[in-house]
Design a protein around this ligand. Sequence first.
Ligand SMILES: [Zn+2]
Length: 196
Amino acid sequence: MSMFGQVFVKNNQYKLKGNFHHLTPNTPIRNADDGWKLLGVTNPRDMTYMHSYGGEAIFFESLSQGKLLATRCDGQGCDSQGIIYQPFRIHCPDCLGKNTVIDMTDNAKKTAKIHTFMVCERSGAFNLLNKPIKFINIEFAGVATILMSYLSIGEPSFGMRVVPIFKTSGPTFTILDLSWVPEGTKVEQLPEGFSF
Ligand SMILES: [Zn+2]
C-alpha cells in the first residue's frame, strides 16, 4: 500500500488506491495560566483533495513534455476570432465557443518578456518555491493576455527577455512545472529537473 492515496479513472469513475487516512495522535490543550489544567485536545486531520483539471489537463500534461500550449478563438463572426489566450482558456469569453488548442512554445522562446514583476520575501502556507520568490508577468507577441509565473534565475526587470523552462524530469503536473530564465541562460544553470 502506498503511503499516499492515489487516484485513477476507469469506466468514467474515480478509482482510489492506497492509504487516504493517516492516524495522527492527538495532543492535550492545557491552560498555562491555570495550573496547566486540561482544556481540550487537538485532532490532527489531513485530506487528499481530488483536483480535476477538466479541459486544462492537456496544458499541464504538455508542460511535462516541454511544451507551452495556449488557446485561440476560431469562432466565425466572433469579435475575438484569432485572439490567443495565455493562460489557457478553454472557452472564448466573447462567443463562448470552444477555443482551439495551439502550441506556442516557439513564440514564448522568441518573444517572451517581463511586463512587470514582484519579489516576495515571505510566502503563504505550503509554499514550495525558493524565497525570495520572483513572480513575473510575461507578455508574448500576438497574445492578448499576460501570464503569471516565476523567474528561477537572476533578477527581474521591466522588458527583460526571458525563455521558458519545463520540469520534464519528475514533473509535478502543476503550474510549478513551468518557470522562466533570462535569455542566454546555459542548460547547466537550470534548476534540478528542468530543461528548455
Ligand atoms: Zn470567440
